[in-house]
Design a protein around this ligand. Structure first.
Ligand code: SRM
Ligand code: SF4
Length: 557
């Protein structure tokens, strides 16, 4: 537990925030700046928002003696990543009226809108509320969006884990009602009794916390990167319980060896949903009580586990739960990618997975994706689901409606595009990075598409164009696009420069290793050319690029 005299400044902001209210009301009313007060910039995260600025326009603004062009990013809380048609149509309109218009699917199965000016923040949240959507706890030192295997057609048991994602999300919501009195009602009602928060108390968690649920054999949620990972164990077509793991997290800081990416360690198995919920709750209370509150770089649950030791952490959780974990059960992941195109589930309903490059939904010349999706939403005959690979599933379509949806997909070039893009592109993920992310050292989603176009012919040269190689790029080592567990990971170091990592496995069970440091495009392409050449010559039958690179790294040590 952290010494009270050595707390990070964020701890003071949280405890003194009056249930996360701070001076947000005053900050919003201040017309002289597009920004909000410094402490409020911390608090607004707990309401699902970040203050950002357009980094492309910093120089121009400074030259004009103007303050940076501040705006807000809002992230929705969507456990399991689901919207109805009506909600999608509402989101489309909100994006048009209040943000840049781009609807961004994130790597945690939810949606972000960017570029919302201060005066539009409240109307945006109020409009979300009209569509029964909220952004509570989508960011901040609390549990974030709970992810679960995305595609219901993967398993008849999907609904059960989707509902569990919702229950965990509810269980972990902060009890303060400040979201409603700040953004919706305008009336400050502080009711200490109903706002008492046994889970978060008034100090919240030392840092963000993430939870994911997977149904093997699918690991599209990349379950082991979460602080808490639940793996459904299926016997005789029933979920008989969950393996629970803890301590995943991918963020690190260049030059700070005390920070590192880590995959979650298995704590054990529990045989009921009730026990799974209790275990999740108590894993969180142990992190709340033992996590580092002085150095935010070392405050994620993974560091607490490594400090207490996995046995020590498990013993404390078991003591608080009043039951012990059973030994973890066998499970096997077989894929992490999304299955594009049409799939049918056990009830005969249809699901179409759309490839959305880095989750960016907009209309561009010749590809009116956003308009096509609005037209589909207007039929009222589909639901919208989001994947942790930043893609979209048009879901729950009845047999008799499939033709109508297929026609719209075709007319707008959506199915054509999903069919034709390369395997590498379909397995690529990039984080937002520039121009909105304040932590970006290099480009992410704006550059990976260009780089992939240049890598495609190199793969073709070796006949590897149909290989499902995962490539992920992040503009810094925080790992938002999960570059640390890709087969090819590119981690931004400076503008136009990346560390190249290889050797991660295809299923998300092994982290990759830094192979080249701080290299630009030319060297990335040369290095990959060389590696693909050795791979095509020396691979074992069916060996993935990640497994081959891992083996190759051992030979050159
Ligand atoms: Fe992330 C911070 C975007 C998934 C690890 N992340 C940020 C911020 C908010 C930058 C900031 O703090 O000012 C980025 C906002 C960019 C923007 O302009 O929108 C940002 N993270 C994203 C998203 C939108 C990337 C994307 O393109 O999809 C993802 C939103 C997820 C969501 O819906 O909740 C996103 N971030 C992740 C993931 C992947 C995951 O969870 O599956 C990770 C790695 C896993 C993990 O948490 O360790 C991740 N984000 C971070 C970190 C490193 C945390 C750490 O432990 O060191 C930061 C920096 C921080 O927290 O200080 C960060
Ligand atoms: Fe920003 Fe870094 Fe996350 Fe990319 S990985 S969105 S650059 S914090």
């Amino acid at each position: 537990m952290t010494d009270k005299n050595n707390l990070s400044p964020v701890e003071r902001i949280k405890t003194g925030s009056n249930g996360l209210r701070g001076t947000l009301k005053e900050s919003l009313l201040d017309d002289f700046t597009g920004a909000i007060r410094e402490d409020d910039q911390t608090l607004i995260k707990f309401h699902g928002m970040y203050q950002q600025d357009d980094r492309d326009r910093r120089e121009e603004r400074v030259a004009k003696k103007l303050e940076w062009l501040y705006s807000y990013m809002i992230r929705l809380r969507l456990p399991g990543g689901f919207l109805t048609s009506a909600q999608w149509a509402g989101l489309h309109e909100i994006a048009e009226n209040h943000s840049t218009g781009v609807i961004k699917i994130t790597t945690r199965q939810t949606i972000q809108l960017h570029g919302i000016l201060k005066s539009h923040v409240k109307p945006t949240i109020q409009n979300f509320n009209l569509h029964h959507l909220d952004s509570i706890a989508a960011c901040g030192d609390v549990n974030r969006n709970v992810t679960c295997t995305s595609n219901p057609s993967e398993s008849p048991l999907h609904q059960e884990i989707y509902e569990l994602a919702g229950k965990i999300s509810e269980m972990c919501l902060p009890k303060t009602k400040s979201y409603y009195d700040l953004w919706i009602d305008d009336e400050l009602v502080i009711d200490r009794k109903t706002e008492e928060d046994p889970l978060y108390q008034d100090r919240y968690l030392p840092r963000k916390l993430k939870i994911g649920i997977a149904i093997p054999p699918n690991n599209d949620v990349d379950v082991f990167i979460n602080d808490i990972a639940l793996i459904a164990i299926i016997e005789n077509n029933q979920i008989v319980g969950y393996n629970i793991a803890a301590g995943g997290g991918l963020g690190a800081t260049h030059g700070n060896d005390a920070t590192y990416a880590r995959l979650a360690s298995l704590l054990g198995f529990v045989d009921t949903e009730e026990k799974a919920l209790k275990a999740v709750y108590e894993i969180i209370t142990v992190q709340r009580d033992f996590g580092n509150r002085s150095d935010r770089k070392l405050s994620r649950l993974k560091y607490t586990i490594d400090k207490l030791g996995i046995e020590g952490y498990r013993t404390e959780v078991e003591k608080r739960c009043g039951f012990a974990f059973e030994p973890a059960r066998e499970f096997k992941f077989e894929q992490r990618k999304d299955r594009y195109g049409w799939l049918q589930n056990h009830e005969g309903k249809w699901f179409y997975t759309v490839f959305v490059e880095h989750g960016r939904i907009l209309d561009i010349e010749g590809y009116p994706l956003k308009s096509g999706l609005l037209k589909i939403a207007e039929t009222g005959k589909v639901n919208f689901r989001f994947t942790c690979n930043q893609n979209l599933i048009l879901s729950d379509i009845h047999e008799q409606d499939k033709g109508e949806i297929e026609k719209i997909l075709k007319e707008h070039g959506i199915s054509g595009y999903t069919d034709e893009v390369s395997a590498l592109r379909k397995n690529s993920v990039a984080c937002v990075a520039l121009n909105t992310c304040s932590l970006a050292l290099a480009e992410g989603q704006r550059y990976l598409p260009v780089l992939v176009t240049k890598i495609e012919p190199v793969l073709e040269k070796y006949g590897l164009q149909n290989e499902d190689i995962t490539i992920r790029m992040t503009g810094c080592p925080n790992g938002c696009g999960r570059s640390p567990n890709a087969e090819i990971g590119l981690v931004g170091t400076a503008y136009g420069k990346y560390n190249l990592h290889i050797g991660g496995d295809r299923l998300g069970m092994r982290l990759n290793t830094k192979f080249k440091e701080n290299i630009g495009e030319e060297e990335i392409l040369e290095t990959l050319d060389e590696l693909f050449g050795i791979y095509s010559e020396g691979r074992y039958s069916e060996e993935t690029f990640g497994d081959f690179s891992y083996r190759y790294l051992q030979t050159i040590k």
